[in-house]
Design a protein around this ligand. Structure first.
Ligand SMILES: Cc1cc2nc3c(=O)[nH]c(=O)nc-3n(C[C@H](O)[C@H](O)[C@H](O)COP(=O)(O)OP(=O)(O)OC[C@H]3O[C@@H](n4cnc5c(N)ncnc54)[C@H](O)[C@@H]3O)c2cc1C
Length: 342
């Protein structure tokens, strides 16, 4: 670190650390700034939770397998990196999500968006929700919107608007499939702000979703965009493109940051790596899981560390199985199925 040159250290080489490095590097180049960048990743590979394996002709994702096109940043990043031709959507001929109910796979009613129906005819005929549960759901059409801005759990929100049966049979398994979390512990404000907007703007979730569906239907359909997008050769393509866009000498892999200290004159931070190296940096960007950031930040900011360590993490396992199509005696017209706890 020279007198005028500043150093930014990024801890963690998952998608967060790599995309931060990419945009900082772009800024340094465009503005010709005297900034040195360094990224430290503890594993011998980059990508963090993103791990794609190619085996026997299969592209297997060990972590995430797609991103939501509605949140445009990931698609935009692919365009920045020039890998937009690798983007693929879901198979348009296939639709349907199944829920295991009373020992049978039942299809989520056609037109179901998020947690509420937008097509009454297919919903009424669908056996997933009991007649009593359907009546409770219909109360969403007349219930007033909540006045207070106070946050509530996703479970409280869904039960308040649509009833307990929708929570247990639909919201809980779908949310567990996406967030690997229990709706009782999830803030609706942080995880599904769109549901709150629907209630605020339309009072009823069902009416709001029907209006949204009409707006979407009237819009020019994008030729390739579907709700979920991924990359032809797996999400590792994004990781490789990000890594290749960065000068190799700024990336350290296979060494863990074990301590971050502020220099006594407060001029910069000192990062100590497990392998024995020390690095000086003016700014440190933590792109690590919250509990790791908490542990590293504790000597610098005790309160922030406490807040970070209050974020709960759970472990997940991904098992990939492949079957010959011939050995499945029924139609495979669906994305998959989820299993409710009840
Ligand atoms: C099974 C699974 C499926 C998922 N499916 C989806 C999906 O389909 N769509 C979606 O959008 N999201 C999905 N997610 C979530 C998504 O994968 C994550 O939100 C995202 O990958 C997190 O990226 P990150 O860079 O913030 O963190 P991470 O990927 O956790 O990266 C953090 C990095 O920091 C490194 N590190 C940790 N400690 C240190 C240290 N002391 N020093 C140096 N390096 C350190 C780690 O090795 C790691 O590489 C899924 C997650 C999982 C686990």
């Amino acid at each position: 670190m020279t007198g005028t040159e500043k150093t930014i250290a990024i801890v963690g080489g998952g998608i967060t650390g790599l995309s931060a490095a990419y945009f900082i590097q772009q800024y340094i180049k465009q503005e010709n700034k005297p900034i040195k960048l360094i990224l430290i990743e503890k594993e011998n590979r980059l990508g963090g939770s993103i791990l794609t394996v190619e085996k026997n002709g299969f592209i297997i994702e060990g972590g995430p397998d797609c991103f939501l096109s509605e949140k445009p940043e990931a698609v935009q990043l692919c365009h920045h990196l020039g890998i937009q031709d690798q983007l693929i959507g879901t198979n348009k001929g296939v639709k349907g999500i199944f829920i295991l109910s009373n020992g049978k796979l039942r299809e989520l009613p056609d037109g179901f968006m998020l947690v509420a129906p937008t097509s009454f005819s297919s919903f009424i005929k669908n056996p997933l929700i009991t007649p009593r549960g359907k009546l409770r759901m219909a109360m969403d059409l007349i219930l007033p919107a909540k006045k207070s801005e106070e946050d509530e759990s996703l479970a409280q929100f869904v039960t308040r608007r649509l009833g307990k049966e929708v929570l247990e049979k639909i919201a809980e398994p779908l949310v567990a499939g996406i967030h690997a979390a229990d709706p009782k512990t999830m803030s609706v404000k942080s995880t599904f702000p769109r549901l709150l907007d629907l209630e605020k703007n339309h009072r009823s979730l069902i009416l709001g979703l029907i209006k949204r569906k009409k707006i979407f239907a009237s819009q020019e359909p994008s030729s390739s965009s579907t709700m979920f997008m991924t990359l032809r050769k797996g999400l590792v393509t994004l990781i490789n493109a990000l890594a290749n866009s960065l000068p190799s000498e700024i990336i350290i892999v296979g060494d863990r940051v074990v301590e971050v200290k502020k220099k006594s004159d407060l001029s910069h931070y000192i990062l100590r790596l497990e392998g024995g190296r020390t690095l000086a940096a003016n700014s440190v960007l933590f792109a690590t899981p919250a509990f790791v950031s908490a542990w590293l930040i504790k000597p610098i900011d005790h309160r922030l560390a406490q807040e970070l360590s209050s974020i709960n993490y759970i472990s997940t396992a991904t098992i990939s199985l492949a079957y010959s199509k011939k050995s499945i005696p029924f139609s495979l017209n669906g994305f998959g199925f989820v299993v409710p706890q009840i």
